[in-house]
Design a protein around this ligand. Sequence first.
Ligand code: ADP
Length: 190
Amino acid sequence: MRLVLLGAPGSGKGTQAALLRDHYGVPHISTGELLRAAVKAGTPLGLQAKAVMDSGQLVSDEIVLSILEERLSRGDTGPGYILDGYPRNLAQCSALDALLARLGQPVERAIQLDVDAELLIARLAGRALAEGRADDNPESVRKRLQVYEEQTAPVIDYYRHQQKLTAVDGVGALEEVFARVVEALDSRYA
Ligand code: ADP
């Protein structure tokens, strides 16, 4: 199962990715989590990324690619992977294709979690209260949604053109959404 999970901030990618990891037994690789870990560890790269992340903008392609390469070099992706939060713009799509071609592990499928903007904003406001993530303040949330529309929405077309994309309704209980994703992945012609 070599999967890219796409969806706006608040679409439930992280939650679904964790369920999919357990279901398919492949690692969940979240560039957002890798970056937050680098920030927490206080690495030079993390220090550089922190202000950008807090403001809701994208960290530079070079930095994110380097942490992704390092993660993939761990060698546990033989059975596959679930990528969450990458690629986020068209330059990252090309970089990813090149990297995965080199590793002989190209993307097989892309799932887009579809959730409308009003619900995204409500979910992120709820998460701000529950988790206190620095980039869940209203201004950063607005910025992240704008960045998504401008830079990440084209990524959906990229996978559609490669005939790897399935859009899944991301509204509902997490178990319901999960069932839809698994159904889409398990049906060959989805
Ligand atoms: P969300 O999708 O809810 O915004 P993530 O955990 O995926 O949350 O990402 C949090 C932040 O980490 C992003 O706003 C961005 O600053 C940074 N980030 C994560 N993945 C990437 C990426 N592929 N390219 C650039 N920046 C990234």
